[in-house]
Design a protein around this ligand. Sequence first.
Ligand code: URA
Length: 205
Amino acid sequence: RTCPSPTPGGGLVVEERQATWEDLKRQSTERLGPNAVFGEGPVGATVAIVGEAPGEQEDRAGKPFVGRAGKLLNELLEEAGIDRSEVYVTNTVKVRPTAEKDGRTKNRPPRVGEVREGVEILLPELRAVGPDVLVLLGNTPSKALIDKSFAMKKDRGVLRESILDLPAIATYHPAYLLRLQGTPSYDEAREEAIGDLKAARDAAR
Ligand code: URA
């Protein structure tokens, strides 16, 4: 099966892109250590979803979006008519960023340098997958892959050109939606996120 150009895969057959992807996954572990959580899903997926960084559950499982945010992401995808097994899911930063607080290990936002290093791995990873459209969850991947002036309030939900020369649509991070739960804003924000996922689905072949 060949990938019609112009795609980030450059028309390489899926088998070659798969081999490239496996190489990149190996390199990610060599560079970042055994706790690196690489992306998951089919090479050749038409939609690729990019989050921020692994959390505790992802660190433990070695897979992206398996914790509470991942469960909500699964619900949103289902409501948008997207089969998670058919999309590629990854993160901007591959190693869980942690901070010690009150004797406990907590998540923290990734630092600028961590995002920069993450993007160096993410770009070839996404090129190997070769999607038609990217879904960017939250500010971290949106600023890194669209523009650092990205602002969720005004820029979400519209197709924008990403630095990968691919259209990207940004939406709320599911962890943000979880924080809104129980507030009057939750239902509307959740519906907006589902609408954004549907727009991505429609933009894919
Ligand atoms: N949040 C993310 O951004 N990525 C994950 O994999 C899990 C939670």
